[in-house]
Design a protein around this ligand. Structure first.
Ligand code: NAP
Length: 250
């Protein structure tokens, strides 16, 4: 298959609830010639295919904890076109070795390290390998899904130490990336985005007290996030925005 050199959108976390919905939405946006999903495993039902008008979609393997896999994906992408939009939609909140902590008595070095590895170091390493693929003279966007609970100013409830602190670290990494990135890509924007509370495996055990109107489907969240991303300008780089476009304080 001939490989086009044209605007590419990359979603890291193609297998996730929000990542998958973002990819579906980007496929409907004919601004992007090539829609690329990265994840550890090929998402169920995914086929690399034409998606109309000569546009196509492609899946590549990548594990955030294996830097060589990010380097390999970037190397493959380098030949395919410039990455006009990169969205990192990965993250963990709970798992066999990680549960949101209600008290400091539950802190575990392994859980803290795992949350930081996936939620903070992972997106930063994705940036290390993917930001060089963005265009030098035209607008581009690197967005990582963060969470409101990572806001220092917004922390009134406490708890969720590992997740919260790893998202705060992610926000700082994005801010720092933004400052450096603009030196070579004056029109390159780097932001953190809060998707709202979204009905995915990540939030499933914690949806109890969420009013139905505040629990978004992944499709609704993707729609809102795309609207926010479409409206961002160079002046917004280094900031955190919620699904409704409102800035979130540090
Ligand atoms: N859902 C919410 O209510 C909510 C609220 C605030 C913020 N967020 C943020 O939104 C983002 C997406 O969450 P989601 O709700 O869509 O969760 P999800 O459905 O659980 O998806 C999480 C994604 O992260 C990927 N991932 C985990 N570890 C990885 C690794 N080592 N390498 C590569 N990928 C890895 C998963 O891949 P596998 O399939 O391979 O495990 C999956 O694609 C996260 O950053 C989350 O913190 C979500």
């Amino acid at each position: 298959m001939a490989e086009a050199r044209s605007p590419v959108v990359v979603v890291v976390g193609a297998s996730g609830g929000i990542g998958r919905a973002l990819l579906a939405r980007m496929e409907g946006n004919d601004r992007f010639e090539l829609v690329v999903g990265l994840s550890r495993r090929r998402p169920e039902g995914w086929t690399d295919a034409r998606i109309g008008g000569g546009r196509r979609r492609l899946w590549l393997p990548a594990d955030l904890t294996v830097e060589a896999s990010l380097a390999a994906a970037a190397s493959r992408l380098r030949g395919l076109g410039e990455a006009h939009r990169i969205v990192v939609a990965t993250g963990i909140l709970h798992g066999p070795d990680l549960q949101p902590e209600r008290t400091y008595r539950a802190l575990s070095p392994e859980a803290l390290a795992r949350a930081f590895a996936i939620n903070a170091a992972g997106p930063a390493l994705a940036a290390k390998h993917l930001l060089p693929l963005t265009p030098r003279d035209t607008p581009s966007l690197f967005a990582a899904l963060s969470a409101r609970v990572g806001s220092l100013a917004d922390n009134r409830l406490g708890g969720w130490y590992a997740y919260r602190a790893s998202k705060t670290a992610l926000n700082m990494l994005i801010r720092t990336l933004a400052i450096e990135h603009v030196r070579t890509r004056p029109r390159g924007v780097c932001v953190a985005l809060h998707p709202g509370t979204v009905d995915t495996p990540l939030s499933a055990p914690f949806q109890g007290g969420v009013p139905p109107e505040r629990l978004f489907t992944p499709e609704r969240a993707a729609e809102a996030l795309c609207e926010v991303m479409d409206g961002l300008t160079a002046a917004d780089t280094g900031r955190i925005f919620a699904w409704d476009g409102q800035p979130i304080p540090w």
